[in-house]
Write a protein that binds this ligand. Structure first.
Ligand SMILES: Nc1ncnc2c1ncn2[C@@H]1O[C@H](COP(=O)(O)OP(=O)(O)O)[C@@H](O)[C@H]1O
Ligand SMILES: [Mg+2]
Length: 326
């Protein structure tokens, strides 16, 4: 079921509460698709990166080969925010008067911890990855636990508004600078130097900043289009048959629907097998009660259950074995 779904898509997001087996299910799906002959990129956006542990190797912000046809990378929110702030600081320093440098630094230090900063930075990296990964047939994201993810998915819309605002402000500032410049040149009439080189460099800078903002805007718009294309992009929620994961799944799926995201499947992981006695049989009855709630709210969504294995799922062979039940 999961593999058929993946075979028809170009971008897949996996989300859900921590500990339910999200990374394991995501990585198994990615590996199975690579085994089927697709070129697959597996991307972790969860700050608690586990891909490296699962594949027992170091994975960083650029793609590394995990298996034939499968590359993986981990987006680091802290690093992404740093890079993002460096870019913005450099741009601001270029346009602001020198005596404001310390103000810029103060502003940037505050921005680092501003709410939504990490989400915005990660979202931009997701947009970049989607935009620059034409070499892959399928891109699979292992996302951070629930609430965070839905906010991310609703962000492209918000980010466009944000960049639009910046571009407008920039244009206003440009007009202001032009007025100042004309005043200055009137005053300097007496000792005017010819050649106009500094002037040109200034304009060059201005347009560079506007280009950067426009580029960012296009990137977010691109991601918004990808998410809105329900033929190509889908979201899969992984959960356990327990009370809180079920309630969070219902909420997450509603948030995602509001953000225009196509929730294509629910994967209920770590289900107890049949034929149990005593305590475990009782737990299994509990599972059925929670899943009845799930069905009441999200009965229309395709659902697939995966059995709790006796051992953890580890390494390429473990993941391959696990995907046999998909
Ligand atoms: N069906 C399963 N049977 C047994 N162990 C599982 C199963 N699914 C996941 N696990 C184990 O559960 C732990 C948490 O899984 P992980 O994928 O890291 O969760 P998440 O990404 O949702 O936090 C791992 O040790 C993993 O091997
Ligand atoms: Mg995980």
């Amino acid at each position: 079921m999961l593999l058929e779904l993946a075979a028809q898509r170009r971008v897949l997001f996996f989300g859900g509460k921590g500990g339910v087996g999200k990374t394991t299910v995501t990585a198994s799906t990615a590996l199975a698709m690579a085994d089927s002959g697709k070129r697959v990129l597996l991307v972790s956006t969860d700050p608690a990166h586990n891909l490296g542990h699962l594949f027992d190797r170091k994975i960083g912000p650029s793609p590394v080969r995990l298996a034939p046809g499968l590359d993986g990378l981990e987006l680091d929110p802290e690093l992404t925010v740093e890079k993002h702030l460096e870019e913005v600081t450099a741009a601001l320093r270029r346009i602001m008067p020198i005596h404001l440098a310390s103000e810029i630094d103060k502003h940037m230090a505050l921005s680092r911890d501003a709410p939504g900063m990490q989400e915005a930075a990660i979202l931009e990296r997701i947009a970049e990855v989607v935009e620059q990964s034409s070499a892959y047939d399928l891109i699979i994201f292992d996302t951070a636990p629930s609430g965070h993810t839905a906010r991310l998915m609703a962000l492209p819309e918000m980010m466009s508004v944000w960049t639009d605002g910046l571009i407008k402000r920039r244009e206003k500032a440009d007009r202001f600078t032009a007025v100042l410049k004309s005043l200055a040149s009137d005053k300097d009439m007496g000792n005017k130097t010819f050649g106009g080189a500094p002037h040109e460099i200034e304009e060059d800078r201005e347009s560079r900043i506007r280009r950067m903002l426009n580029r960012r805007k296009q990137r977010f718009a691109g991601l918004r289009d990808v998410i809105a294309d329900h033929q190509k992009t889908a979201f899969v929620i992984v959960l356990a048959a327990e009370r809180l994961p079920v309630l969070e799944t219902i909420e997450l799926s509603e948030q995602l629907a509001r953000a225009g995201v196509n929730v294509a499947a629910l994967i209920v992981n770590k289900r107890l097998p049949d034929g149990l006695q005593g305590f475990l049989a009782e737990r299994k009855t509990q599972e059925e009660i929670h899943l009845a709630t799930l069905t009441r709210h999200l009965g229309k969504l395709p659902r697939h259950d995966l059995i709790l294995a006796a051992h953890d799922v580890l390494g390429v062979e473990g993941l391959r074995q696990f995907a046999k039940d998909f």
